[in-house]
Design a binder for this molecule. Structure first.
Ligand SMILES: [Zn+2]
Length: 479
């Protein structure tokens, strides 16, 4: 077992880098430090044995980065022959041209794979003025939001009465972080039986991409089409306003569409009414563009507690997080942080290698956090992670499929409510009782994402969580 100190040293580097760069990030991309570290926790100076590609890659054109990031050893079984070089996947990378959609969806098209789906609306009729300002928590005084608030009140789902958290993460909210009755996933990984956090079948990967649609999503769609894979896209309502045709293309290509809020805010910091507005506007814009409404949601940053859960369930949305088997073994590639200059591409591939180990070792399948928001995240997905995953023989599916459900089960209007009854209608499901593995601090492993590191005591895990809090008290960092 690696020492606590060696675990924290790279973290300290991250924290110091982060504080220096907060001002550069748009509000949407400012992330608080979670106790679920996705940052690589060891530094290897040399390349390990390679099959196709392996190594520690230093950026050769670090551009805006004045600090060279730590590099990490990794091994990949396969890469995409047309992948951009790893040395080009850096913060401040030169913008690559975006590829056009292979086909612009025609209004009136019907997704033939989805029985009962209505014809596709015309995205040109979408009027941004009919929606809240982009990337801001929507106001709650509109008649539309007031109606959704009334609907939640009438749903019969009891919303816990605790007050919203303040921004600043676990250390800024110590009482909430230590309250098992809140079951705050972001601080400790607590889950409820209503949460979807993995796929039931060994070696099955419920593929997900968050934060789009965006400029480089088309490149991801093109690659997924090439290798005949389907994904789940957790889309941000504000991005749907900007890229409605890309959302339609995802949907027509048999990818699952899901809710990732309107403004990508920390949901536990919002009032009940604001959470309702975030989820309601996201549902509405997706319905306006596709004609159907998703029935799963992912809380940005994994920031969900029982209050957010209850509101989501009352609005017909089942929470989906990503797999987490210990405080330091979360299935988060960290890809988001390349763009912000907080992790090197080798760090992300090191995380990926550890995810593979953990995924292969566990009995059930898994869900990984990745993004289609940035050029770098799409380049690493299409060039490296997905080809490597295919070579490892993972069975890759959208979340709805890995759960053994049909595409109709993914949308409120098409779900027959029998094979996939909404949680709101399942007796007892909204009582939000803890899962056997749920708890304040789930366990084991303090020294990286490796499957072999499962021996640490809960006491040490708690100590690490405390150390995190001490390191970042009161500060916001990109993460
Ligand atoms: Zn997100």
């Amino acid at each position: 077992m690696r020492s606590l100190l060696s675990f924290l040293v790279p973290l300290l580097t991250l924290v110091s880098l982060s504080s220096a760069r907060v001002h550069r990030a748009p509000a949407h991309h400012v992330r608080q430090l979670a106790t679920t570290a996705s940052a690589p926790s060891s530094v290897a100076a040399t390349a390990s044995t390679t099959v196709t590609v392996s190594g520690s890659v230093l950026p050769t054109n670090a551009t805006s980065n004045s600090t060279i990031l730590p590099t990490f050893a990794f091994t990949l079984q396969s890469t995409n022959p047309t992948a951009v070089p790893l040395s080009s996947i850096v913060a401040g990378a030169t913008s690559a041209p975006t590829s056009p959609l292979s086909a612009i969806p025609a209004p009136g098209s019907v997704p033939t794979y989805l029985p009962g789906a209505p014809p596709l609306p015309d995205p040109n009729t979408l009027r941004p003025a009919d929606y809240p300002p982009l990337d801001k928590v929507p106001p709650i005084d509109s008649p539309q939001v007031q109606q959704w608030i009334a609907d939640v009140k009438n749903s019969g789902v009891a919303i816990p009465g605790f007050s919203p958290n303040v921004l600043g993460g676990c250390s800024a909210n110590p009482q909430a972080a230590s309250d098992p009755n809140r079951c705050w996933w972001y601080c400790g990984g607590c889950t409820r039986k209503t949460d979807i956090t993995d796929c039931p079948t060994h070696m099955e990967w419920g593929l997900t991409y968050d934060d789009g649609p965006a400029y480089h999503t088309t490149q991801l769609l093109s690659y997924l089409d090439q290798v005949q894979l389907k994904s789940t896209f957790f889309v941000v309502g504000s991005r749907v306003i900007s890229f409605p045709s890309i959302l339609q293309a995802e949907y027509l290509d048999q990818h699952q569409i899901a809710v990732h809020t309107w403004s990508h805010s920390y949901l536990t910091t919002l009032t009940n009414e604001q959470i309702i507005a975030e989820l309601g506007w996201s549902k509405k814009v997706i319905k306006d563009v596709l004609g159907v409404t998703p029935n799963i949601m992912r809380p940005p940053y994994g920031d969900i507690d029982d209050r957010v859960r209850a509101i989501s369930i009352a609005m017909g949305l089942t929470p989906v997080i990503w797999t987490r088997i210990s405080p330091t073994a979360t299935f988060d590639t960290g890809d988001f942080n390349i763009n912000g200059g907080l992790v090197s591409v080798s760090g992300v591939l090191y995380n990926w290698e550890n995810i593979i180990s953990n995924a292969t070792a566990r009995d059930r399948g898994f869900i990984v956090l990745e993004h289609d928001l940035f050029q770098q995240t799409v380049e690493i997905a299409t060039g490296y992670i997905l080809p490597d995953a295919i070579a490892h023989n993972f069975v890759i599916k959208p979340v709805v499929s890995c759960l053994g459900l049909t595409y109709q089960d993914a949308y409120i209007e098409l779900n027959d409510n029998k094979t996939n009854p909404p949680l709101i209608e399942v007796s007892g499901a909204v009582s939000l009782t803890a899962t056997p593995s749920g708890g304040l601090i789930q366990s084991t492993g303090t020294s990286g994402n490796s499957a072999s590191k499962k021996s640490a005591s809960n006491g040490l895990a708690l100590a690490v969580a405390t150390a995190f809090g001490g390191l970042v008290a009161g500060s916001m960092i990109i993460f």
